[in-house]
Design a protein around this ligand. Structure first.
Ligand SMILES: Nc1nc2c(c(=O)[nH]1)N[C@H]1C(S)=C(S)[C@@H](COP(=O)(O)OP(=O)(O)OC[C@H]3O[C@@H](n4cnc5c(=O)[nH]c(N)nc54)[C@H](O)[C@@H]3O)O[C@H]1N2
Ligand SMILES: Nc1nc2c(c(=O)[nH]1)N[C@H]1C(S)=C(S)[C@@H](COP(=O)(O)OP(=O)(O)OC[C@H]3O[C@@H](n4cnc5c(=O)[nH]c(N)nc54)[C@H](O)[C@@H]3O)O[C@H]1N2
Ligand code: SF4
Ligand SMILES: [Mo]
Length: 747
């Protein structure tokens, strides 16, 4: 039967009572019109959210039925991060809420009479009491600066506020020194500003997109993938530089299967060709850049013939692709990438990429980099924070001065006691980051953890890191809580609200609430002068001309652009950049001042020893790092990773697709679990490839435990970036074991 919307509203308004009384159905004149399920479905409640399955933060609407069950999440049509469409992980986010393996109660580590350590369930009050006692003791004995926060995700703001009120500024995120840090430093050194997230790339209007690594399509950063597919439909050329035949390599006009670790040579030869052939934006370079003559002299010998010997990319391909970029200029993007901590010279590789963009005139131009704009929301009023007398930087005198954020690996290193230092970190608060999988060299992470007096972990799941905690605080998922307003910059300033779609399951609680309770126990009430987060959000939103009521109704709000910021530079405009020279620095004066090469150079990296292959890793479209490995909706799509092996290598080792192997790295570390082989031409003979985030060792993860292997465990050689302290992770080599080795792994 069909009903119009008006009919339905009438029936539901009358009928719901009947359904409740009758228990299962809406009846009219004794006839069942809708089952209870149908009524529930039709009566679904809509609440605003932004996704937390990855850090692209797509805004969406969550639908829950009358019984409070979350049914689905869909993208918000007005949100420029997602344009109404979530990626498979975002849609599957409801699996995070439904996961029955979630952390359910606060846990406190106890030692029994037998000396064995276990967790016991605790009340929230007990848990905060233990943490506050530990933090007060550290503050008294060593100073509050000896407590650090590691955080990834939206809750970081609340924990950061609590930590600053307590007296420490040591707040680090793995999304910096294990991810995009070198890129930010290179962009700041060249253009005077970083890129942030989402990167201000005008992909939808580009004519040529150059991807160095960046495996968009497997890396599912939503808006970018959508814009790339629109650009392809509009005839844009994609140039993919990747030793692996990635998904996007299959959609590219040019695929350059570069020898791993040699990208700087290719980039320098492209710069050489652009300059020598006059294939660059002369007017733009003249008006807006500093150091062109030095750059020209610097690249004089970096010919395509020189690069060929290093990269294995033929000189004519180098020239052809350079021409392709120039023809598209200025609507061309040499994509700055995101996870760029590869070989330790990453900031310099990113500098070469920034220079290419500058020569092509793409910064500030349509189809290149747009000028983003955003709304800044003031903090809820609070007293000034105490001034810490020490920071993580004191552990690295004279080093990493160009790093604009704290290094997660730096904090970890400065936790391992050393004779050179009068104080090491004594307490860690870890929010939403599985450091065991995230920081390279697990041996070091464990050593640091052993030296701690206090480790607090705030998580939703029993992950590897929670196993090492003194106190575990179970956070409710993003679908069950308010969070701070999303304010990321875009073409238009946009804000988005996350509100709870359901009550927190079990005994879990939102981060904002925990931070406030702990603040209370620490005697910091004056920093938390509100009863509820709704009060804070409403106050903040009113400062920018909205309100909580409005945001609940509309979810996403767009604002007018600041009149002083145009989306693109005007033609022929001379622009003022925030660098020392006020220009785009082809020659980076800030690097020279710190004693680093002001222009990038190529240096060779070690090659795999005989019988070993470079360990290459990346993303799968349906998973995010280790955080989704147990998500029931997503394990349905993919429940383990496999290791890609070139047919030539498979022949030598007599490996077949589907066969289980164990991997051992150059330092003799063996994977804890086996991994199935996938024999494929899509990977070079000198490398193997696996998706990051699998091979979980915690048995409480009923779907993820022992599924696939962990790349993290095999990354024990870290190639540190001397410029900003990032951890290059692609200098590890593995070999195969077809039988289970006698030694175990690190997990
Ligand atoms: N589905 C999904 N999407 C995600 C994430 C996720 O977990 N899941 N995570 C998000 C996050 S935080 C980040 S940082 C990004 C990461 O995603 P990207 O920034 O795209 O990561 P990359 O390391 O650039 O890309 C991996 C690619 O680099 C290639 N590669 C390896 N070595 C070399 C080399 O020496 N030279 C070149 N040219 N290429 C090489 C690999 O073969 C692989 O195809 O993804 C984001 N998107
Ligand atoms: N070996 C290796 N290491 C890497 C990478 C790699 O590819 N390989 N990638 C690097 C990159 S690019 C990045 S950005 C980082 C990512 O590093 P992380 O963000 O640390 O990644 P995950 O391993 O997913 O850890 C996320 C943790 O947050 C928890 N969590 C999920 N939702 C919530 C929530 O709402 N609240 C709280 N409190 N916790 C929650 C999850 O259960 C999980 O324990 O890793 C870096 N490290
Ligand atoms: S890209 Fe996917 S997982 Fe990431 S925020 Fe958007 S919908 Fe969520
Ligand atoms: Mo990342």
């Amino acid at each position: 039967m069909s009903t119009s919307r008006r009919d339905f509203l009438k029936i539901s308004a009358l009928g719901l009572g009947a359904a409740t009384v009758g228990g299962s159905a809406v009846k009219a004149a004794g006839k069942t019109i809708f089952s209870k399920d149908q009524v529930n479905k039709l009566m679904m409640k809509r609440t605003s959210t932004y996704c937390e399955v990855c850090f692209w933060k797509c805004a969406g609407w969550t639908y829950s039925d009358n019984d409070g069950n979350i049914k689905k999440i869909i993208g918000h049509p007005d949100d420029p991060h997602c344009n109404g469409r979530l990626c498979p992980r975002g849609t599957g986010g409801v699996g995070m809420y439904n996961d029955e393996d979630r952390l359910k109660n606060p846990l406190i580590r106890v030692t029994g009479k037998d000396g064995k350590q276990t967790f016991r369930d605790a009340t929230w009050d007990e848990a905060f009491e233990v943490i506050a006692k530990g933090m007060k003791k550290i503050a008294k004995e060593h100073g509050p600066e000896c407590v650090a926060l590691f955080t990834h995700g939206s809750g970081g703001k609340f924990w950061g506020h609590m930590l600053k009120a307590y007296g420490s500024k040591n707040i680090s995120a793995p999304s910096y020194a294990q991810c995009r840090g070198p890129r930010e430093v290179a962009w700041i050194g060249t253009f005077g500003e970083g890129l942030g997230s989402p990167e201000p790339l005008d992909i939808r209007d580009t004519k040529c997109l150059v991807l160095i690594g960046s495996h968009l399509g497997e890396n599912m950063h939503n808006g970018q993938v959508q814009e790339m597919s629109d650009a392809i439909d509009n005839g844009a050329a994609i140039i993919t530089v990747d030793p692996r035949f990635s998904t996007v390599a299959g959609k590219s006009k040019f695929w350059l299967p570069i020898k791993p670790a040699t990208d700087i040579a290719l980039l320098l030869s492209w710069i050489h060709v652009l300059i020598n052939e006059d294939w660059y934006d002369k007017d733009y370079v003249e008006k807006n850049t500093y150091g062109f003559d030095q750059l020209k002299a610097h690249v004089i010998n970096y010919t395509p013939e020189w690069a060929y010997g290093i990269t294995t990319i033929k000189p004519d391909v180098i020239r052809k692709t350079a021409k392709e970029m120039f023809n598209a200029s200025p609507s061309v993007i040499v994509h700055p990438g995101r996870h760029v901590t590869w070989y330790g010279d990453d900031t310099q590789r990113l500098r070469a990429m920034a220079i290419l963009n500058a020569l092509l005139g793409s910064w500030g131009r349509r189809g290149g980099f747009y000028m983003s704009d955003g709304i800044s929301i003031p903090s809820f009023p609070h007293p000034e924070y105490p001034k810490p007398t020490r920071t993580w930087r004191d552990a690295f005198p004279g080093q990493f001065n160009l790093a604009d954020l704290a290094l997660a690996n730096g904090v970890c290193d400065a936790t391992i006691p050393s004779a050179d230092r009068d104080c090491s970190f004594k307490g860690w608060i870890v929010n939403g980051t599985n450091l065991i999988f995230t920081l390279p060299d697990i041996r070091k992470t464990k050593k640091a953890i052993e030296s701690l007096d206090l480790l607090v972990v705030i998580d939703t799941m029993p992950m590897e890191i929670t196993g090492y905690a003194d106190v575990v605080l179970p956070e409710c998922t993003y679908l069950e809580r308010y969070d701070s307003i999303r304010t990321s910059r875009h073409r238009e300033p946009t804000i988005a609200l996350r509100e709870p779609a359901a009550e927190p399951k079990y005994n879990s609680k939102p981060g904002w609430w925990m931070a406030k309770q702990l603040g209370h126990k620490l005697g910091l009430d004056e920093y938390f002068k509100y009863n509820d987060i709704e009060e804070v959000l409403d106050w903040q939103l009113k400062q920018v001309g909205s309100s909580l009521e409005e945001m609940k109704r509309i979810g996403v709000k767009k604002f007018k652009r600041d009149e002083d910021i145009s989306l693109y530079f005007a033609k022929g405009e001379e622009h003022e950049f925030f660098t020392n020279s006020g220009k785009i620095e082809l020659y980076a004066t800030s690097f020279a001042d710190e004693g680093f090469d002001p222009m990038p150079k190529y240096t060779a990296h070690p090659e795999p020893p005989e019988g070993y292959y470079r360990l290459n890793y990346g993303r799968a479209p349906m998973h995010t790092f280790s955080r989704t490995a147990n998500n029931p909706n997503l394990t349905d799509l993919m429940d383990e990773n496999v290791v890609w092996v070139n047919p030539k290598v498979a022949k030598v080792w007599e490996l077949k697709t589907g066969q289980e192997v164990w991997l051992e790295n150059q330092d003799g570390i063996v994977s804890t679990f086996s991994i199935k082989v996938r024999v494929t031409e899509r990977i070079r003979w000198d490398s193997v490839y696996m998706v990051h985030g699998f091979g979980h060792a915690d048995k409480k993860l009923s779907r993820a435990h022992g599924k696939g292997a962990s790349d993290s465990e095999l990354i024990t050689n870290v190639m540190l970036d001397p410029i900003m302290g990032g951890t290059g992770m692609r200098g590890n080599f593995v070999t195969f074991h077809v039988d289970k080795p006698s030694k175990g792994g690190l997990l």
